[in-house]
Write a protein that binds this ligand. Structure first.
Ligand code: TRP
Length: 332
C-alpha cells in the first residue's frame, strides 16, 4: 500500500504537521523538501495541525500560536508557493471538527486502543494525556485526509499505523453508507531518520533539535555539544563515522568531502572537535538561504497571515463539499 514519490498522474496530496513545537532540520529533510517537490505535479493541501497539538498540549494551549506561526514561516521559507498549494490551519476549518464527530461514531474504541503510539505516548507523557481527544487522534487525522479527498499522504514510518487505520475507517464508512470515500495511500518518505544532537532521532520531545529558526551561532553552539562515536575519546582514536551523528550531517551538507572526512576519522587523523566545527560551517551554509527567507518573511507577517487566510478559505470550500456528501450519505 505504500508507493515511492514520483506520481505519473496528478493526484490530490494531503499532509499535515502537528503544531506542537518549532520546525527543525529533521522536518526540513524528512518532510518539507518532499512537500515542495510534490507541488510540481500534484494538487497539494498542507495543514498546520493545531487541533492535533491540543491532544497532548491542552494544558499549554497558549504555546500553540507560536508553533502555528513558525510552521507557516517554515513552509514558505522552504519554498512552498501558496499559488501552487493550499496551506491552512486545521482549527480554522470547522468542517474538520464536524466531520470528526461523525467519524467518531463509526470508529470502534478497540481500533484506537491498539494503535502503537497510544500506549507508548501515555507511558512517555503520563496518564493525564489519556483524554477522549487523544484517543481520537487517528480519527481526526483520518478526517484531515478525507475532508480534502487526499489520495496520497507523504509520511514517515511512524505514521503508517495511522494511515492503515484511516483506510480501515474509510472502508467501514463506505460499507455502512455507500461508496463515497477513496482510501488514501501512504507515500513513505525515502529520507533516512535525522539524528538529533544526542544521537537519538531529532525530535522536539527529546530537546535535541537544530531549529530552522536558530541562528548560525546557536547552531554552531549546538553542534559543539553534539554526541559522536562514544569509542572515539581522543583525537587519535579511530572513529566510526557510520554511527556518528556529526558525520550524518557531513554526508548531506558536505557531501563532496565526506569520503575524505570518513577516512581521516577512521584512521585517527581527524578529531571530533575539528570535525564538528567544519560540519557546523557546512550545515549553516546549507540552511542560510532558508533562514534568510524566513527572516524576510518575519518582517512581513501581514503577508503570511494573508497566505493562511486565503489557504484556509480554499480549504473550507473543499471540506464543506465533503461534509455535504458525508451528511447526505449518512442521511442527516
Ligand atoms: N499525525 C501527523 C504527525 O504527527 C500530523 C498530521 C496531522 C498529519 N494530520 C495529518 C499527517 C494528515 C498526514 C495527514 O506527523
Amino acid at each position: 500500500m505504500t508507493t515511492a514519490v514520483g506520481p505519473k498522474t496528478r493526484r490530490r496530496i494531503m499532509a499535515g504537521i502537528r503544531a506542537s513545537g518549532r520546525l527543525h532540520v529533521g522536518h526540513w529533510l524528512g518532510a518539507l523538501q518532499t512537500f515542495v517537490e510534490l507541488t510540481r505535479d500534484n494538487d497539494c493541501y498542507y495543514e498546520i495541525a493545531d487541533l492535533h497539538a491540543l491532544t497532548t498540549n491542552f494544558a499549554r494551549s497558549g504555546e500553540i500560536a507560536d508553533s502555528v506561526r513558525d510552521i507557516a514561516l517554515g513552509f514558505l521559507a522552504a519554498g512552498l508557493d501558496p499559488q501552487r498549494c493550499t496551506i491552512f490551519v486545521q482549527s480554522r476549518v470547522p468542517e474538520i471538527s464536524e466531520l470528526a464527530v461523525l467519524f467518531s461514531m463509526i470508529t470502534p474504541v478497540s481500533w484506537l486502543e491498539r494503535v502503537p503510539s497510544y500506549k507508548d505516548q501515555i507511558a512517555a507523557l503520563g496518564s493525564e494525556i489519556a483524554t477522549h481527544g487523544f484517543l481520537g487522534y487517528p480519527v481526526l487525522q483520518t478526517v484531515d485526509i478525507i475532508a480534502f479527498r487526499g489520495q496520497a499522504v507523504p509520511v514517515g514510518q511512524d505514521q503508517l499505523p495511522h494511515l492503515e487505520l484511516c483506510r480501515e475507517i474509510v472502508r467501514r464508512f463506505n460499507h455502512l453508507y455507500g461508496d463515497v470515500l477513496t482510501e488514501p495511500e501512504a507515500v513513505l518518505s525515502q529520507a533516512p531518520a535525522v539524528p538529533g544532537t544526542d544521537g537519538r532521532k531529532m525530535s522536539k520531545s527529546y530537546n535535541n533539535s537544530i531549529l530552522l529558526s536558530d541562528s548560525a551561532a546557536e547552531t554552531t553552539a549546538k553542534v559543539k555539544e553534539m554526541f559522536t562515536d562514544p569509542t572515539k575519546i581522543r583525537k587519535n582514536d579511530p572513529g566510526h563515522p557510520e554511527i556518528c551523528p556529526v558525520f550524518f550531517f557531513q554526508e548531506i551538507f558536505n557531501a563532496r568531502n565526506a569520503p575524505d572526512i570518513a577516512h581521516r576519522c577512521r584512521t585517527g587523523q581527524l578529531g571530533c572537535v575539528e570535525d564538528k566545527a567544519d560540519m557546523a560551517v557546512h550545515l549553516n551554509a546549507g540552511l542560510a538561504a532558508l533562514r534568510e527567507r524566513r527572516r524576510e518573511l518575519e518582517s512581513k507577517m501581514d503577508y503570511v497571515d494573508e497566505v493562511l487566510a486565503n489557504g484556509t478559505r480554499r480549504a473550507r470550500e473543499t471540506a464543506a463539499h465533503t461534509l455535504a456528501e458525508v451528511r447526505a450519505a449518512m442521511k442527516l
